[in-house]
Design a protein around this ligand. Sequence first.
Ligand code: PLP
Length: 404
Amino acid sequence: MRHRNASKGLMTKVIHAGEAPDPTNGASAPALHMSSTFVTDQVAGFSAHDHEDEADVPYLYARWANPNVRMLEAKISALEQTEDCVCLASGMAAATAIFLTFLSAGDHLVISDVCYAGVAELAHDTLPRMGIEVSRVDMSNIESVSAAVRPNTRLIHTESPVNPIGRLTDLAAVSEIARKADALISCDATFASPLGQTNKDLGIDLIMHSVTKYIGGHGDAIGGAIAGRKELIERIRNESGIHHGSIMSPFNAWLIARGMATLPLRMKAHETGASAVANWLENRDAVTRVIYPGLASHPQYELAQRQMKNTSGMIMFQVGNAAKGKEVAQQMIERLQIIHYAVSLGHHRSLVFWMETAALMATSFRLEGAQLESYRAYAGDGVFRLSVGLEDAEDLIADLAQVL
Ligand code: PLP
């Protein structure tokens, strides 16, 4: 993907990358192309294998490429400073695409023992069924990552900050382990957004986002993205887009690209709002613990300062044991006026949700021993995951003060 805007600032990139005024009618805003097929003036092959570079062949069929999806891909790769990007139907489709493109029976995956619940379950239940060996490690412990690597390790997958506890991975250190092992490294950077850390400079080969969250930013479209080197992205596009068919709809791409035009502004506002709310929470008697990478009390504050350019809007906090957590969750459902009690994150609306440790251990994470202890050191009996939106911080604080 060529970046005419490669040397431009972040705002210029998100607004202009991948788009231009319509040459036929001069429209300044991008049109929505809901066409499943495209009239072509070239005699081109019918199989994906006929094209060395699927992304640059003329538009033929929307499962291969669509102008709105390409526009969004150009914007994300411009921000992540990668050669290319592929957008897929959801964040889960993006994670699945990474695993199914780069792992085969007999290969070994090292994955963070805590990651988005759906990804954890996929690694736990589906991949072993396909003959893929999986080791789950605490990625905040570099020695455990090194110790987990085997001769057949092909991929290390991490997530930073990790959903739902806000623990960080030292991405440069883990990338170095992957490089020495001749394995790829992928990072789910959804919590951080592309503004949170310079993933490519930290050595990440495959930068994954649920674009449902910060990149789209308005809670109205589901999608996923993977940015990286052209040869890797082409393999994913071929495998997951063309063969598995997990493509993004043009309408979702159009909506998400429109949301993305304000991403750098929104991320600054999410960070400012979250810092104010996190500081307020930390001084509240009803709150026993706050985890936010921008607070000096975060257990990896030094790493957050070194690695993160924006500490984002995700705050985790505790109110005591599981019974107390459930009680406060019920009060939130009944009393909150502004903050929605709902899953998801990264939207302009603030969202909060109770994540009980015992329930998550039984369903998604199934950790024991030292790994369970590391989880509990962040989450105790459970955390409230608060995605601070773009409302005025004082209104959010007043809303929370009704229950905390
Ligand atoms: N990764 C993270 C960190 C997430 O929080 C989520 C969803 O919450 C996903 C991946 C999955 O994304 P999607 O819901 O778009 O499939």
